[in-house]
Design a protein around this ligand. Structure first.
Ligand SMILES: NC(=O)c1ccc[n+]([C@@H]2O[C@H](COP(=O)([O-])OP(=O)(O)OC[C@H]3O[C@@H](n4cnc5c(N)ncnc54)[C@H](OP(=O)(O)O)[C@@H]3O)[C@@H](O)[C@H]2O)c1
Length: 243
């Protein structure tokens, strides 16, 4: 087995996920570019390789059991293990998302991707993570899912607009993350949530104020934590995000 560290980043064909892949690649990691659509995936892999990254494409739709199982097989064949899983793929479900008028189908779709998708991918990759000397899982959350911030002062400036599918999906993801932390407490897997800040990407019609590169920094830090680093935390660039 190679000494080169191996990562899988879901939703890595664009936005923050692409920059997480680029950042890990710049550190010398081999990076699986998880992406569901072939043309976008191939283009991202080509761009990363042009930049000197050891990138490889991983066909991956996080809502599809067979796609996720095939992705695990691909990484097992290629590398035999996984050192970092970055669960980055996510959707907002579109808007507006007022609680009193939301279509329940929007909530189901968002939860299927942002929460169940993470569980599906994580469970498929756990055996490969178990073969790493220093496994890491990073779940791309958002401070909009922080119940502490939503219930504190600051309103929209700290947690974004009312969005009854998207924001609670990130609270749900945070809660799910802590369940994994508890179950896997006697392993060496470090599992944390990251918030990238408000980043200009397709997700928000490029209204964000940070670059995707800036948004990738916390996830890269958490994917490359030294042994003995934190687990069960929620972090942004400025430090800890309250749950
Ligand atoms: N941008 C922000 O301000 C912000 C703030 C807080 C948290 N976040 C989180 O950061 C993460 C990345 O978001 P982004 O801003 O970079 O958004 P983005 O540019 O829209 O990228 C989202 C990525 O997720 C992929 N994806 C969506 N559904 C998928 C599925 N079923 N299977 C596989 N991939 C799927 C997309 O693939 P396609 O190209 O195929 O659609 C795309 O690669 C998300 O989890 C988001 O919630 C973003």
């Amino acid at each position: 087995m190679s000494d080169t560290k191996i990562a899988l980043v879901t939703g890595a064909n664009k936005g923050i996920g692409y920059e997480i892949a680029a950042g890990l690649g710049a550190l010398g990691w081999s990076v699986g570019v998880g992406a569901r659509e072939q043309i976008r995936r191939d283009a991202a892999v080509a761009r990363l390789r042009d930049a000197g990254v050891d990138a490889f494409g991983v066909p991956l739709d996080v809502t599809d059991d067979s796609s996720v199982a095939a992705a695990a097989d691909l990484i097992a064949e290629r590398a035999g293990r996984l050192d970092a899983l970055v669960n980055n793929a996510g959707i907002t479900g579109g808007g507006p998302q007022q609680p009193s008028s939301v279509d329940a189908a929007v909530i189901r779709t968002v939860v299927e991707t942002n929460v169940i998708g993470v569980i599906r991918v994580t469970n498929a990759m756990l055996p490969l993570l178990g073969r790493s000397a220093s496994p890491r899982i990073v779940n791309m959350s958002s401070s909009v899912g922080s119940l502490a911030r939503q219930s504190g002062p600051g309103g929209e400036t700290s947690t974004g607009p009312v969005a009854v599918a998207y924001a609670p999906s990130k609270s749900f993801l945070n809660a799910v993350t802590l369940q994994y932390v508890r179950e896997l407490a006697d392993t060496n897997i470090l599992i944390n949530c990251a918030c990238p800040g408000f980043v200009a990407t397709d997700l928000n019609g490029f209204r964000g104020v940070r670059t995707p590169q800036e948004g990738a920094a916390t996830a890269i830090r958490l994917a490359t934590l030294p042994d003995g680093g934190p687990t069960g935390g929620f972090f942004e660039d400025a430090g800890v995000v309250p749950w």
